[in-house]
Design a protein around this ligand. Sequence first.
Ligand code: BTN
Length: 332
Amino acid sequence: MTSITQTHARILELFKNAPQAFIPGPELASRTGVSRTAVWKAVHTLRRLGYEIDSHPRHGYRLVRVPEALIPEEMLPLLQTSWLARTYHHQTTAASTNDLALQMAARGAPHGTVVAVETQTAGRGRLHRPWLSAAGEGLTFSAVLRPDLSPQAAPQITLVAAAAVAKTLRSLYGLDAAIKWPNDVLIHGKKAVGILTEMQCDPDRVRFLVTGIGINVNETAAELPSRTRYPATSIALELGGPVNRKQLFAVILHSLENEWDRYFSGRFNELLEELEDLSAVLGRRIEVDCSGEVLRGLAQGFTPQGALRILCDDGNERVIWVGDVTHVLTFH
Ligand code: BTN
């Protein structure tokens, strides 16, 4: 599933260390430790994967262009993680990466398996809303997690993931990224990231979880969904130009691993402190749709478990586990 052959990896490394230069076939063979026929076959396979490779009868081979797709050959050399995405599966399209990851998890895929696609035909969000993304422009992936958790703790996994993504967007690009509790990341108040965690569990224990993350990266305004409840944006739109999607993916995976490691080691309280700064709703007047009941009031804070505390306009304090912040209201 994950493995790229050693030969492919080594040939790509040699090409990338000598940008635009021709490398003779015999040199590729000796430095890779395989026959010239094996090099020829590997070049053929790499071309099929989307690598543009020139060949010249006397000079050998030269890498001209690498594929944009998030294929393992491109992603694995960039990874800095120890367990996340070490089992990595990519395909061009799928109905939903959450579906794929749930199926893989049910068949025994290990903790940390990541499934990424270029486009989904039936991507979904919370409350059965569709998640739409332009092919090859965003990041669309799901991770299989096998933590020792009670099912009630599952929403915390989403919050931790949202924090990892928001922090990455702040540190990599200096963007004003903030978490719209419980599962969105906004940039300058517009939605750029959605997260959906689904699970299979026994009555008291999670069997496995799948956390799916969709990030609008290089979409233009025309490529973003227009009829959403919340205005949408992409990283490129907020920065005024496209970003390196593979690099961003690798950094996000690293950040997710760090944040989930911290959480799995029992330090959710540290994240709660950081949420003061990372949250787009704390201290604001908000409107929340709780399964049809609409609450308006001041977002006061989080419980130690990560539920939202609201001081409602009627004076009652409410603790919300599942809800949809539909508006961040201005005070008056
Ligand atoms: C939301 O906005 O409510 C959450 C959106 C989650 C979208 C991601 S994209 C990858 C994964 N696959 C899906 O079908 N959904 C999640």
